[in-house]
Write a protein that binds this ligand. Structure first.
Ligand SMILES: NC(=O)C1=CN([C@@H]2O[C@H](COP(=O)(O)OP(=O)(O)OC[C@H]3O[C@@H](n4cnc5c(N)ncnc54)[C@H](OP(=O)(O)O)[C@@H]3O)[C@@H](O)[C@H]2O)C=CC1
Ligand SMILES: O=C(O)C1=N[C@H](C(=O)O)C[C@H](O)C1
Length: 247
């Protein structure tokens, strides 16, 4: 497969290594310094584009992929307020896009367990629940996209929580959440690739579901697998369409 990498930072470079290792070719790499190369004509040379760029650039990158008719895998987070609008445009123009807040198999297994747990916990009102995420200090968005997915799936399953709220710890602007609000606590610590925890606590005990990424390898391999899956398909997909964990 011929791949265009939109965003050539920590993730773009790791994805390149995995893509080459699986026999693919990188035909275009875009970062802030060569943005003039991001044209429909150049993108048309790729079978698929993979975007791990920034919340401020991802929408324009998606538009250019749509103009080129090039399927795009979007790993960038921090743009989900525009999800419905992008989905509509993708389907109207007969394009293809697959997005995911987290492409690692481990986190997708974690998502499944989180959905099951949230529903189970309707019967146990003595437990309160909280989400915690820890990432490196260069991260531009908070809460993390993964934490948003986790929180929204808890809201879908657990009737006593109505909306999520976020505290970026250390800003001095932390709020105290109401009982029907699901708190996502964000921490920024040097060099942490990504740790997510769901904590159910009662007066007598605590249950934690926790995923710790040891490196970016799982995200990068998952993104290449997603690009292989999307190649040749039309439509709007999420990473959860790739994994089938039904039990
Ligand atoms: N879904 C998932 O599994 C994962 C998602 N992510 C998400 O991926 C994104 C990237 O993360 P990461 O690689 O760590 O970030 P980096 O900051 O390391 O890399 C971002 C890259 O985007 C480039 N960039 C800036 N503006 C543009 C533009 N207009 N067009 C194309 N590229 C641009 C930067 O260029 P320059 O260096 O020149 O500034 C840089 O190369 C984040 O949103 C992060 O949350 C991260 C890990 C896993
Ligand atoms: O910015 C990161 O690094 C990561 N971002 C994603 C997110 O926002 O959830 C995924 C992963 O946790 C790493």
């Amino acid at each position: 497969m011929k791949i265009a990498l939109l965003g050539y930072g920590k993730m773009g470079r790791t994805i390149e290594t995995f893509a080459l290792g699986r026999g693919h070719e990188i035909v275009l790499t875009i970062d802030e310094n060569n943005i003039d190369l991001l044209t429909p004509e150049n993108l048309g040379k790729a079978d698929v584009a993979i975007d791990f760029s920034t919340p401020g650039s991802v929408l324009r990158n998606i538009d250019t992929c749509f103009a080129a008719g090039t399927p795009v895998v979007v790993g960038t987070t921090g743009w989900y307020g525009h999800l419905q609008e992008i989905k509509d445009r993708c389907l109207e123009s007969n394009n293809s896009l697959l997005y995911g807040s987290n492409f690692s198999i481990g986190v997708n297994l974690f998502f499944f367990a989180n959905r099951v747990f949230a529903k189970m916990m309707n019967a146990y009102p003595q437990y309160d629940v909280q989400v915690e995420e820890i990432h490196h200090t260069q991260k531009l968005d908070s809460p993390s996209g993964t934490a948003i997915t986790i929180a929204e799936e808890i809201l879908e399953g657990l009737e006593r929580k109505k909306e999520w709220v976020n505290n970026l710890v250390g800003t001095g602007e932390e709020i105290v959440n109401k009982p029907d609000q699901l708190l996502i606590e964000s921490h920024r610590i040097e060099d942490v690739p990504g740790t997510h925890t769901v904590i159910y606590s009662s007066e007598v005990d605590e249950i934690e579901l926790k995923h710790t990424a040891h490196s970016r390898a799982g995200f990068a391999l998952g993104a290449v697998i997603a690009a292989e899956w999307l190649n040749g398909k039309r439509g709007f997909y999420s990473v959860q369409d790739i994994f089938d964990f039904n039990i």
